[in-house]
Ligand binder design. Structure first.
Ligand code: NAD
Ligand code: IPM
Ligand code: MN
Length: 346
């Protein structure tokens, strides 16, 4: 019996994780579920966004299904108490350094893409985003300059070990897919990126079967909308990967479609949609649950070694999307109706 921790979080998090849980339950697998508070919901109940009980459950579980965190009523709190610290804390505490964010056009969704249909149809890429370093986790703070001005700072840094392990994750993913890896950085300006480029190039010696290219992040943002079909696997840092993956989501129709897996080097993982808590639509039954359902499919594949079940869930989402769409994709389905459509297709 595998234990799945369910951390619904804030905003639309509970709505979308409920649908993903229904899909997992319908598969009739030996799975047990245990839920805990996280983010703003946990802060309001306990005074902490990541209470010790929640972290303990995350450690104990075989895999974690995460909704989203973020609550406008918490935006003025000191940073350590904000809901977002919960997801950052989980990623760091569990050493979930490799974040896989696949983007592929589902058949029939060409009209929902922000790109022309013939361009949208070419998209089938995977962003491998580093998740434990970069400006996210460097020294940060507020200080006053000599001229008396307030100054905020966040140190960007990577050491060669951190770059090497995410490079390996990128090469391994490219080897399983189309054999092409594009490393995205800003080596023309940043020392962090120069080290990144050097180390990725060194790791490439172990992967003669993978074709490595390098691209600056500004060009990558442009190429992603000009000719996204050129990409197989993109490996990049924490901040660039965050931004490029939201952009990739609109290339395939909606941010409500992109799942993710955050992995350590043992197969333990946290699975979450790439989107946030969407306060503008929370509580209205409007959220697209597909990204979270597809995250559950990634969980079946990467942590539970159930690739057939993962295939079944992904095929059911594809089939459901032919006839059912939530508002973000121009449809009228509620979150629950979209979940029902996926269950029906299963
Ligand atoms: P967001 O992703 O929550 O929302 C951006 C836009 O996309 C909104 O208009 C929203 O309605 C829409 N959207 C997002 N998910 C959707 C879905 N499943 N179906 C339909 N529409 C969807 O980003 P934001 O507004 O910048 O951030 C809101 C909060 O979420 C912030 O507090 C932020 O810090 C947090 N956040 C959390 C995570 C996470 O938990 N991993 C990720 C991103 C943002
Ligand atoms: C994401 C989110 C998070 C990130 C925030 C909420 C900390 O945007 O998961 O993409 O920046 O990683
Ligand atoms: Mn993001």
């Amino acid at each position: 019996m595998a234990l799945i921790a369910i951390l619904p979080g804030d905003g639309i998090g509970p709505e979308v994780t409920a649908e993903a849980r229904r899909v997992l339950e319908a598969l009739d697998l030996p799975l047990a579920f245990e839920s805990a508070l996280v983010g703003g919901a946990a802060y309001h109940a306990t005074g902490e966004p990541l209470p010790p009980e929640t972290l303990e459950l995350a450690h104990r579980a075989d895999a974690i299904l995460f909704g989203s965190v973020g609550d406008p009523s918490c935006d003025a709190l000191e940073r350590g108490l904000r809901p977002e610290q919960a997801i950052l804390g989980l990623r760091k505490e569990l050493t979930l350094f490799a974040n896989l964010r696949p983007a592929k056009l589902f058949p029939g969704l060409e009209d929902a893409s922000a790109l022309r249909p013939e361009v949208a149809r070419t998209i089938d890429l995977l962003i491998v985003r580093e998740l434990n370093g970069d400006v996210y986790f460097g020294e940060k703070g507020m200080r006053t300059t000599a001229a008396g001005l307030r100054q905020g700072y966040d140190l960007m840094s990577y050491d060669e070990g951190e770059v090497a392990r995410i490079a390996v994750a990128g090469f391994e993913a490219a080897r399983r897919r189309g054999g092409r890896l594009c490393s995205v950085d800003k080596a023309n300006v940043l020392e962090t990126s120069q080290l990144w480029r050097d180390v990725v190039t060194e790791v490439a010696r172990e992967y003669a079967d993978v074709t490595l290219t390098h691209m600056y992040v500004d060009n990558a943002a442009m190429q992603l909308v000009r000719d996204p079909g050129q990409f197989d696997v993109i490996v990049t840092g924490n901040l660039f990967g965050d931004i490029l993956s939201d952009q990739a989501s609109m290339c395939v129709g909606s941010i409500g479609l992109l799942p993710s897996a955050s992995l350590d080097d043992t197969g333990k993982g946290l699975y979450e949609p790439i989107h946030g808590s969407a306060p503008d639509i929370a509580g209205q039954g409007k959220a697209n649950p597909c990204a979270t359902i597809l995250s559950a499919a990634m969980m079946l594949r990467h942590s539970l070694e159930l690739p057939d079940a993962a295939d079944r869930v992904e095929a059911a989402v594809a089939r459901a999307l032919v006839t059912h769409r939530t508002a973000d994709l121009g449809g009228t389905c509620s979150t629950r109706e979209m979940g029902d459509a996926v269950l029906g297709a299963l």
